[in-house]
Design a protein around this ligand. Structure first.
Ligand code: HGY
Ligand code: MN
Ligand code: MN
Length: 414
């Protein structure tokens, strides 16, 4: 079957892949070249319709599930658990064209290449678009993949609200109405999962290496911290008489940042990305400030210590907080990691092992079936930014390596 893997890799059509990236990027295109496609928004629904139409034209069956994940399936010679690949197509508000979308579209390109080359596979092969990976419209992130692995999560997820007070439950109902004829993927069977993604950081580019064999993902903790004050007049209230929620929030933020760096040292990644200030008026002292904390680290004991010390800090300042999302560090399955490395070697491409700084749907699939990831470089290490970009030849090489992996995994013995 090795020559089928090479044949599939060499059947990847570079211009078809690159064009598909530009086409999908039109759904939610920003003037600055980026993409703003919130999960399950009307724009996302239109993008999903486009993918469904493409999949049907490629001879795939298309199914969905209770969390609006989309499964684009190419049948195999035997009715065995499928090999799955894919990622997400929801984006950050100031996102790029590639985060998530590249992995889904590279999967589509592999479908088309297998069809072009007339290559049958032993196992079925599914490309998946997972719902709400980014976690910006609805928290937490990676809702679709986590609910696929653990359907009991969905009831809690359905209560999540976006900035306009719309629940995930309502957004899922709108998705069902939009695609009422889609069959439901009843089972959770999966032989293996492989996710192709841009690195979103600088390491591959700094090493001048075009492919990353991803061995794992660092852990993540998200919180919302609430600081309470009292609204008062900006001109008349003496400084000593104020209860300024922003003064408290700035102090709490400083302490959280200090403990993160003290615990995590050089591997610390701490971000205070979203701030809500009430009444948010230039001449009224803030009564309420809520800010988010995104802490990442590869060491589980550091993540736990951070959680303990953050709780103590919040209590000390009489603030309150809510844990929004937590996932421990993940180590991928050595067998699938080896398939990725074999693909890089088969294509005579340099590669290096790398741990992912960003989380991905693969972190949940890793609990469900043997899983690994493959990275291509991000120009300047930039992502979650309209300037996100990857060299065309790297995008194509990554897709060729994915095709090689998929065929080898699809033809593994039961
Ligand atoms: O936040 C993350 O790591 C992912 O890009 N959503
Ligand atoms: Mn992503
Ligand atoms: Mn992202």
């Amino acid at each position: 079957m090795q020559d089928d893997a090479i044949k599939a890799a060499s059947s990847i059509d570079a211009s078809r892949l690159l064009e598909s990236i530009q086409t999908l990027a039109k759904f939610g295109a920003r003037d600055d070249g980026g993409v703003d496609r919130p999960a399950l928004s009307a724009i996302d629904i239109d993008a999903r319709r486009h993918l469904i139409e493409r999949a049907v034209a490629l001879g795939c069956t298309v199914r969905t599930d209770a969390c609006a994940n989309l499964f684009f399936r190419r049948e195999g010679l035997e009715d065995l658990p499928p090999v799955m690949t894919g990622s997400h197509i929801d984006t950050q508000p100031t996102g790029g064209k590639l985060d998530g979308c590249y992995g889904v579209l590279a999967g589509f390109e592999c479908l088309a290449a297998l069809n072009d080359a007339g290559i049958p596979t032993r196992r079925p092969f599914e490309v998946v678009a997972w719902t709400n990976e980014e976690g910006t419209r609805f928290q937490p992130g990676a809702m679709g993949s986590s609910a696929f692995v653990d359907p009991a999560l969905l009831d809690r997820y359905k209560e999540a609200k976006d900035g306009d007070g719309i629940t995930l439950g309502a957004a899922l109902a709108a998705h069902r109405d939009a695609f009422s004829s889609l069959e439901t993927r009843a089972s959770q069977d999966a032989h293996a999962f492989i996710e192709l993604h841009i690195e979103q950081g600088p390491l591959l580019e700094l090493a001048d290496i075009p492919l990353g064999v991803v061995t794992g993902i660092q852990g993540v903790r998200w919180y919302a911290v609430h600081c309470k004050g009292a609204a008062a007049h900006a001109g008349t209230t003496p400084m000593h008489a104020r209860h300024d929620a922003m003064t408290l929030a700035v102090a709490v933020r400083a302490e959280i940042s200090a403990l993160a760096h003290q615990l995590g040292r050089d591997d610390t990644r701490i971000t205070f990305g979203r701030w809500t200030v009430l009444p948010n008026s230039i001449n009224t002292i803030a009564s309420d400030v809520t800010f988010t904390v995104d802490f990442r680290h590869p060491d589980a004991s550091v993540l736990d210590a951070f959680d303990t010390q953050l709780n103590a800090c919040i209590e000390r300042h009489a603030a309150t907080h809510e844990a929004l999302f937590t996932h421990p560090p993940v180590t991928f399955a050595p067998l699938v990691v080896r398939r990725v490395a074999e693909a890089c070697n088969a294509l005579s491409s340099p590669s290096m092992n790398i741990t992912s700084g960003a989380f991905h749907d693969a972190m949940y699939l890793a609990k469900h079936c043997p899983t690994a990831m493959l990275f291509v470089p991000s120009r300047g290490g930039i992502s979650h930014n309209p300037l996100e970009a990857t060299d065309d030849d790297h995008l194509v090489l990554g897709t060729r390596a994915l095709a090689h992996c998929l065929v080898r995994l699809c033809n593994e013995a039961p």
